[in-house]
Design a protein around this ligand. Sequence first.
Ligand SMILES: [Zn+2]
Length: 124
Amino acid sequence: MFYGSGFGFWDLRQASQAQAAASRATHAGRRAQSDVRLLEERLDKLMLVNMALWDLIKDKTGLTDEELAAKVEQLDLADGEADGKVSRELTRCGRCGRAISPRHSRCMYCGTERPDQTVFDTTN
Ligand SMILES: [Zn+2]
């Protein structure tokens, strides 16, 4: 009898699908770990370059750590929130009101220049 045998074709098929899903999950987990390791390496390198730049700037200009901290706080608060982050929200075009991506220096609909253009807005 096919029905009621307790272990049939569908059970085997489900077990096989579950095994494949587990294998995919393991692979995705390894990939995510590798991506995180890569991001950490890039972050370490960026921190190192930032520290080197700040040391050079301090030596050449006489600026202090307190002045740097005050500037960081000022930029952090520029979006109205002290969250340790730079705002990545879309800017609205002053002319047509449509969203302007941070990657673009002008509105792609009417060509109006972004009001808050900085060097970081165009170097992604
Ligand atoms: Zn526009």
